[in-house]
Each structure stands twice: as C-alpha cells, then as structure tokens.
Design a protein around this ligand. Structure first.
Ligand SMILES: [Zn+2]
Length: 284
C-alpha cells in the first residue's frame, strides 16, 4: 500500500486551542485546503506539564500513573509509547524538555549524562534534552530536524517550550505569547513540507494551554483545551472535525498511525471516531 507508518509528533508546550486557531496561519491553511484534519484535545487534570506528558506518552490517567504534579520526579512506571515502538522493532527520537527524559530514561536529570541520548537500550532510542525554558525554539527545530535526518526514526517528537515561557511571563492574551505561537507557525511552514516529502505523517498538539494571567493547571478551557492537527495518508476525514477527544486517547491513536500494537494499559481511541477518520485498510 505504501501507507506511511512513520510520524513526527509536534508538542508545543502551553499552546491553547484558541490562540493556536487564531495565530497558526500556515497550519490552519492546511485545514482550510482539506490537507489536514483539525480536532481538539482535552488535557488531563491537573493541566500541568509533567502530568500531561505522562498522559500523552502512556495513555493513562494521572490517578493510575501517579504523576499528579510537576513535583513528582521519578521514572514512569507505565508502559509507554517508546516501549511499544521498541517492542515493534522500531525507533524513536525525542528533542524535548528534560522532564521527558526523567519520565522515560532516568530521574533525576543529570545535565551532562542525560543531555544527549545515543542508541539507548531502553525507553527512547535517541534523545536531545534541554533544561532552560527559553532554549530558543528556532534552534530547537533546526536541531530536531538534524537529528531526524541523521537517525531516520520511526517516531520523532519535537517538544518546544518558548510558548509556555512567554505565557507565564506575559499572560496568554499578551503580544509576547501570540508572537511565540506565530514563530512556531513559521518553523512549521519550514519543516512540515520536508517531513511530508520524506514520508512522515505529522501530528501537532500541546500538553496544556494558558490563561490570561499566565497560569494553567486548572479546569478552564484555556487550561485544558488544546489543538490537534493531523496530516496522514491514512485519513479519509479532512478539514475541521469539530470533535474533542481525551488526551489519554492520544497514545493509542499514535500506535494506530504507526501500525504498532498499543499497550493494554493505554486508553482506547474511540472506535467510532477511528472509523469516521480513517480508511479501513492496512491494520494488521
Ligand atoms: Zn507544559
């Protein structure tokens, strides 16, 4: 069939659905032209970074996985997407915040030991982890792309922090926050065509959002509702799906996109939505 089972997963830390929808002109153009599907994701609670990373990568609720705040610093005890990719004989590469390394490699993060992860024998296969929230998104995207070209991973995760950083410093309705989201759009306009021509599917989402006074963690839509964009030749549904799904369904959806078996502990992506969105082909 030649359907791609490789994926670039873009996680824009702290990007609310509202501001993404208003400011991601390039990405929204893909939806408008019927090349991408748009949906929204409702984050788990509390809508905090580490809690949401664990929900995204394991498909489990915080009450199950025990990562209930940013202060719980330990390796995940759940079977993760990275474990499933490895079990399928495939590889992953992550350019992301060091908390992801803590969850799926080793905690606490050792700046020298854990900054670069080469051909690991457990968890993530290849990693580059940063530990400053103002680490420039511009450099991060270029370096993530360099990593992708070098190691040709089946899953590349690109996880950037400047949108979250601008939101905390200036608020989610500030010009600085809007500017950080616009810079992401510019970077995606550079990278997405290359990723597609190299045979990758592309998914774009966020861990949590940001409210007007620069916080998240709670139950407001600004905190919990984040965008989800998908480019994949497996899709039959394109444009705005006007549907919202739970963040814990993402891991199973990613397994479907990569045509690997999900972990039994991962929350199932709604079978109805799966039928509505995808061609019923190629699943083993
Ligand atoms: Zn975050």
């Amino acid at each position: 069939m030649g359907v791609s089972d490789r994926l670039v997963l873009v996680i824009v830390d702290g990007m609310s659905n509202q501001v993404a929808h208003e400011r991601l002109g390039f990405v929204e153009s893909l939806v408008e032209r019927g090349q991408a599907l748009r949906a929204t994701v409702q984050s788990v609670l509390p809508s905090l970074s580490r809690v949401c990373y664990e929900a995204i990568f394991t498909g489990t609720e915080p009450i199950v996985n025990g990562i209930l705040s940013n202060e719980i610093v330990r390796r995940s005890t759940q079977e993760s997407l990275f474990d499933r990719i490895r079990a399928a004989g495939k590889t992953s590469a992550v350019f992301g915040y060091h908390w992801i390394s803590e969850l799926y490699q080793q905690a606490p993060f050792d700046h020298v030991r854990d900054r670069n992860l080469h051909d690991a024998d457990h968890g993530i296969t290849h990693g580059r982890f940063y530990f400053e929230d103002h680490y420039p998104d511009t450099h991060l995207y270029v370096e993530a792309e360099d990593l992708r070209r070098r190691v040709q991973p089946d899953l590349l995760v690109v996880h950037s922090m400047n949108v979250d950083d601008a939101g905390h410093k200036h608020g989610g309705l500030s010009p600085e926050y809007a500017g950080a989201v616009i810079r992401i759009d510019t970077l995606l306009a550079m990278m997405v065509p290359q990723w597609l021509s190299d045979g990758y599917q592309v998914a774009i989402t966020a861990d949590h959002g940001m409210d007007s006074v620069g916080y998240h963690g709670g139950t407001l839509d600004e905190h919990r509702i984040v965008p989800f964009y998908l480019l994949s030749s497996q899709l039959k549904k394109l444009g705005d799906s006007e549907s919202t799904f739970s963040q814990v369904e993402l891991a199973d959806l990613i397994c479907q996109l990569m045509q690997i078996a999900p972990a039994p502990s991962m929350t199932r992506f709604s079978p109805d939505r799966l039928r509505q969105w995808f061609h019923s082909t190629t699943q083993a």
